[in-house]
Ligand binder design. Structure first.
Ligand SMILES: *Cc1c(COP(=O)(O)O)cnc(C)c1O
Length: 421
């Protein structure tokens, strides 16, 4: 459930009319619902109740300062995947001891940043990374707390580009080699082994891959403890999917996911971390656009919007589906007809949906993309010199711009001419 509903025939975000936001900030824009973020975080809190745990919000899904600050106020830790995200978390007031650092390509500069600023743990993904982290930590006179990300060779049954737990994927170390890699970690002076990490992919719509992976992690915990390692923390990653297509999908609920966690690793006496991103932020956001033209093509009608693939790349990049609805609710019984819904960018890939049924749409009409709060604004670009679009946060009957639209001057003046010109 989210807080984007029609009231008096107009789509609202909580108690604010989306049409009013559009009139105030102009289109296109992202709008997020505070109550929805809170609700989704609370679902995970409820799912893990009774376990010693920390929910680390995967900032890569939505890293706006206001979103991070809200999640932190709820008690969330953060999962960061770059030095930039680490600095964003710190800037939003998240203490280092609540930040976990994931990712396969951490640089020396990023390691130093996190070690100096404070870090809960590094989720280490390779032997060379281990050796480098040990060296950097030793040079600073500290020991870096680590988990090793293991790759359990489980097919998450999700989109090719966001599956991460099969043996051919670039992430983690093969679980079969875990014991030798932990032995190496234990021998390195700058590392302090504290646990195990696993993340098998994103937008998982079944629980079985989690169950398989977490069972392997439980077995590994026993083996590593027998080898003399201190395993007191299990980071179980993120990845629980959301219903992008409301009419025909119902992915597992956080409470059911929590039962899998309790059943597979709940008896080990470990502190449990999870790193959800999409499930918290995805359905907490919409993208709102205006219709520039309705173009009658050869056998099909096109809705040409003022939003484009640079604003929301998921359909172009993953063939992703988003529910698309009119901001002004259709009259009851209004006839639907199919449209190809596209942006103005000069690529055929700039298509949000093909032959999507909608009630009649005219020039200037507002359209909303649901489930756009995760991997939306964070993946946007200025391709075609289109300004990054504003982000708006709604809270009850209030709203605020939390990232303003840059001016064209801002964009152009970021470039500089070399001296010789
Ligand atoms: C992307 C990612 C997540 C978050 O995935 P969601 O599907 O958004 O929940 C968590 N942990 C790691 C290591 C990731 O790469």
């Amino acid at each position: 459930m989210d807080h984007f509903l029609y009231k008096d025939g107009v789509l609202h975000a909580e108690d604010v009319s989306v049409a009013d936001i559009a009139a105030s900030v102009g289109t296109p824009f992202y709008a997020y619902s505070t109550a929805t973020l809170t609700r989704h975080f609370q679902l995970f809190e409820d799912a893990l109740s009774g376990l010693d745990h920390l929910i680390c919000f995967a900032m890569k899904s939505n890293s706006n300062q206001a979103i991070i600050a809200h999640m932190a106020a709820l008690g969330a830790g953060m999962d960061v995947v770059s030095g930039g995200e680490y600095l964003r978390a710190k800037a939003a007031g998240v203490p280092g001891e609540k930040i976990v650092f994931s990712g396969i390509g951490k640089t020396e500069a990023e390691m130093r940043l996190a070690l100096e600023g404070g870090i809960r743990q590094f989720n280490v993904e390779s032997e060379p990374e281990m050796e480098r982290l040990s060296r950097v930590a030793t040079s600073l006179g500290v020991a870096a707390p680590i988990t090793v990300r293991v790759n359990p060779d489980v097919d998450a049954k999700t989109h090719e580009k966001i599956a991460t737990g099969r043996k051919e994927d670039k992430f983690g170390i093969p679980i079969a080699r875990a014991r030798e890699v932990y032995a190496l970690a234990a021998s390195l002076p700058g590392l302090e082994v504290i646990g195990i990490d696993v993340h098998i992919g994103s937008q998982l719509t079944e629980l079985e891959p989690f169950e398989t992976a977490y069972t392997k992690v439980a077995d590994l915990t026993a083996q590593l403890r027998a080898d003399g390692h201190e395993i007191s923390r299990l980071d179980l990653g993120g990845g629980l999917g959301i219903p992008y297509e409301r009419s025909n999908s119902a992915p597992p609920l956080p409470i059911e996911y929590g039962e899998v966690i309790k059943r597979t690793v709940g008896h080990l006496g470990c502190e449990i971390e999870i790193e959800p991103g999409r499930l918290i932020s995805g359905n907490a956001g919409i993208l709102v656009a205006s219709t520039i033209y309705v173009k009658h093509g050869e056998g099909r009608d096109f809705l040409i919007l003022d939003a484009a693939m640079n604003d929301l790349i998921r359909p172009a990049m993953y063939g992703a589906y988003h529910d698309i609805i009119p901001v002004v609710e259709a009259a009851p019984g209004a006839e639907q007809s199919p449209y190809d819904i596209v942006g103005p960018v000069c690529e055929s890939g700039d298509t949000f949906a093909k032959q999507r049924n909608l009630p009649p749409v005219g020039e200037g009409d507002l359209i909303a993309f649901r489930s756009a709060g995760a991997y939306g604004a964070v993946m946007s670009s200025e391709y075609n010199t289109r300004p990054l679009i504003p982000e708006v946060l709604v809270h009850g009957d209030q709203f605020a711009v939390i990232r303003a639209r840059p001016s064209f001057d801002d964009m152009i003046n970021r470039d500089t001419l070399p001296e010789w010109m």
